[in-house]
Write a protein that binds this ligand. Structure first.
Ligand code: C2E
Ligand code: MG
Ligand code: MG
Length: 705
């Protein structure tokens, strides 16, 4: 022990001014060494241990008796750094040691210590040794290591997160950004650290809103925002952000996680788009159209000054194009129609495709219904130009129904229903027209619906009746045969002419069962007449509408009827109109050849009114032409259709077809058509359509028209 300190020192110097002496000083000194919560170690100039206080004994397991008098490098050879520090203290420096590992007596690694080592200056001012104050820092070291580990873990999470993480200041500077953020935003980390987030969020307003919300609530969760990448591409992200506050409670930074949902959004948008758009034309579909239209209905209801109009458009004869030129051409036509209709509209207007050949148009802010009519006209003009498809030109016309909004409408569906009604009116009125909806059309529709229901049961209830109009040899004045003309014995309205229900029957498909009944009835009647008057060689003409003509089992049906009634097919003729060739030339040709194979004759009815090229006459097996009565009726007047009728008859003769004059009402008409070369005639001059009994009477009577 440092004897000199015991001897001769007054204590004042050694104990900070306290006055203790002798044995008292020695006792105090030992108490201090024992009670201090730090290690105190003293070495002499040879690095021999001179003091080793109880704290050091507890810490290391070495007792003072084990240590004192021994040299540091010998006793603790591993602690050469400690020895170095003591040597520096011996040379006069005060050395703050780094954390050092110490050795525990049991051989374990022990823990960590650190401390300050100072020179021990003797009474005569020379350095006689070194004194160290030693602290145990193992716990601190552990805490620090744990912190470092957790920081590293956090850093890894931060860096390897698939979501972008950004730490930003309240004024929008980026403090930190992970790799995913770098990738997401398409900017280098360096760039990010100098770029304001205002730019990143793409929209300054967004940031303002975000920060306001953050200020208020301190956090936001999964808010959808759109960021701009450096290449200008927009990225949709879900942003979760929390504000980190400093000790004073001020927001120091925001920590934000950005989850890229661009792909998901794109898929969603596509699905949404598909759900609301027509795949072929990319136009809005019915659902989207109705949505917008309903919106306008509500707006107009609130502010009647903001009126609008709805158009319903149906491409005329689209089915024929589709069936005769093929679906790809049909599709092309629809796309062309879509683009042309679009070209007639303003930015704010909507055109939608409802499927098939139906389109609807919303005209916003239309004050005067006349404006809607003008748009309809513009559309029709635009459609009138030929549409070039490959090598061919196709003409598309459309029938358009117009409905201006009016206070009674509560839903767009109602307007659509009326536009449809008006459109049908336009169709019936001759197609390629537009028609404004009028209130009375409602009544029409209701009446039509009622008629349809009744017509459905007409055949089974035996309400169909056939009348027969004689067809007469113009030279001989002899009865050649009959044309069967259908009537509907309506229970309330009496005998209805075909004009009152054939159109409806064609539209609803009821023409098929009706036509089938007509064929059977006409053949049965013919059988009876042929039995009664075999020598008359009577024929029967039966009208077939285009729909019936293209019906798949027509021929089959006919074979059955012919077999059952035992009628010679050569005494049967079908009357078809030119529209059959317009609709589906290929299928029509097939049916015509099957008819010819059986010997059934084919007569073109209403000839001359079909606006068709007459090429089909050469291509298809046809037997006779029935000159339309509108041409015949004008024949006695000066000029009239003389030239036309003559040309038709000449054409028929050149093709070896029989010309039949329809609607012959006067002797003059009869004379003219006969002189021109028509072989057969039909009309009120001879007889109108008669019921079966009256027609039968003609058989027994010597005719001589
Ligand atoms: P259509 O085949 O051209 O028949 C001739 C129409 O002219 C008949 O009218 C007939 O009564 C009428 N008519 C005959 N002679 C004269 C005349 O001298 N002057 C005038 N002004 N008219 C005359 P109806 O019976 O009213 O038939 C009209 C149309 O209905 C027929 O025209 C035909 O296209 C269609 N039709 C009639 N029955 C059937 C049928 O069973 N099936 C089908 N699909 N259509 C039918
Ligand atoms: Mg006819
Ligand atoms: Mg006719």
């Amino acid at each position: 022990m440092p004897g000199r300190m015991e001897r001769g020192t007054t204590g004042r110097d050694a104990f900070g001014g306290a006055v203790v002496e002798g044995a008292q000083a020695e006792h105090l000194f030992r108490s201090l060494l024992a009670s201090v919560g730090e290690g105190i170690v003293v070495w002499d100039a040879e690095l021999r241990f001179r003091i080793w206080n109880p704290f050091m004994e507890d810490l290391t397991g070495y007792f003072a008796a084990d240590v004192l008098g021994r040299k540091l490098p010998e006793l603790f050879p591993a602690m050469h750094r400690a020895a170095g520090i003591v040597r520096r203290a011996l040379s006069g420096q005060i050395v703050r040691s780094p954390d050092l590992r110490y050795q525990h007596r049991t051989g374990g690694t022990g823990g960590w210590i650190s401390g300050v080592c100072s020179p021990h200056v003797g009474p005569d001012g020379e350095i006689v040794g070194a004194i160290a104050m030693v602290s145990e820092v193992t716990a601190r070291r552990r805490a620090e290591a744990a912190l470092r580990r957790s920081e590293a873990r956090y850093r890894r999470l931060f860096e390897e997160s698939r979501d972008a993480i950004l730490v930003t200041t309240p004024d929008g500077r980026v403090l930190d950004a992970n790799a995913a953020a770098v990738e997401l935003l398409g900017r280098s980390r360096r760039e990010l650290l100098v770029t304001g987030t205002v730019e990143l969020w793409g929209d300054g307003a967004d940031l303002v809103r975000l920060t306001t919300d953050l200020d208020r609530g301190g956090s936001i969760r999964e808010r959808e925002i759109v960021l701009r990448r450096s290449d200008g591409q927009a990225v949709t992200c879900l942003l979760s952000s929390i504000a980190l506050r400093d000790a004073a409670g001020e927001i120091a930074s925001y920590q934000s996680i950005l989850h890229d949902v661009t792909l998901r959004k794109a898929a969603e948008e596509q699905l949404l788009h598909a759900g609301l758009h027509d795949a072929l034309t990319a136009l809005p579909n019915r659902a989207l159209f109705l949505d917008r239209a309903d919106h306008l209905v509500k707006r107009a209801t609130r502010r009647p000054s903001e009126s609008f109009a709805l158009l319903f458009l149906d491409v005329d004869r689209f089915r024929y194009v589709n069936e005769s030129l093929g679906h790809p051409t049909g599709d092309q036509l629809l796309m062309a129609v879509a683009r042309r209709v679009e070209s007639c509209l303003r930015q704010e207007d909507t055109v939608a495709r409802f499927g098939g050949d139906e389109f609807a148009v919303l005209l916003e802010s239309i004050g005067d219904p006349a404006d809607a009519v003008r748009v309809a006209e513009r559309i029709q003009d635009e459609l009138a130009r030929p549409i070039v498809m490959g090598e061919q030109e196709v003409f598309a016309t459309a029938s358009i129904g117009i409905v201006p909004w009016a206070p009674g409408y509560a839903r767009a569906e109602e307007m659509l229903r009326d536009a449809d009604t008006a459109m049908n009116r336009a169709k019936v009125g001759g197609r390629a027209r537009h028609e404004m909806f009028a209130e009375e059309m409602h009544a029409d529709v209701v009446a039509r619906l009622r008629l349809e229901t009744q017509l459905r049961h007409a055949v089974e209830r035996g309400q169909m009746v056939l009348h027969y109009q004689p067809i007469v040899g113009l030279d001989s004045g002899q009865l050649s045969g009959f044309e069967a003309l259908v009537r509907w014995a309506h229970p309330v309205r009496g005998l209805l002419a075909p004009a009152e229900f054939i159109g409806l029957a064609e539209e609803t498909g009821l023409i098929v069962p009706i036509g089938s009944w007509v064929l059977r009835e006409a053949c049965s009647q013919l059988r009876r007449w042929q039995d009664d008057a075999p020598e008359a060689n009577l024929t029967m003409n039966v009208n077939l509408s285009a729909r019936q003509f293209l019906q798949a089992d027509l021929i089959e049906d006919m074979d059955v009827v012919l077999a059952e009634t035992n009628v010679d097919p050569r005494s049967l003729a079908v009357e078809i109109t030119e529209s059959v060739f317009l609709e589906n030339a290929e299928a029509s040709g097939r049916v015509l050849r099957q008819l010819r194979d059986r010997g059934v004759r084919v007569c073109i009815d209403d000839f001359g009114t079909g606006y068709s090229s007459l090429g089909y006459l050469r291509r298809f097996p046809v037997d006779s032409l029935k000159i339309d009565r509108s041409f015949v009726s004008g024949l006695d007047a000066e000029g009239g259709n003389l030239k036309l009728v003559r040309a038709i008859i000449a054409l028929a003769q050149s093709l070896e077809l029989t010309a039949i004059a329809e609607g012959v009402e006067t002797a003059a008409q009869r004379r003219i058509v006969r002189e021109m070369g028509a072989r057969l005639g039909q009309g009120h001059l001879f007889a109108s359509a008669l019921d079966a009994d009256h027609a039968t009477e003609l058989l027994g009577r010597p005719t001589g028209w």
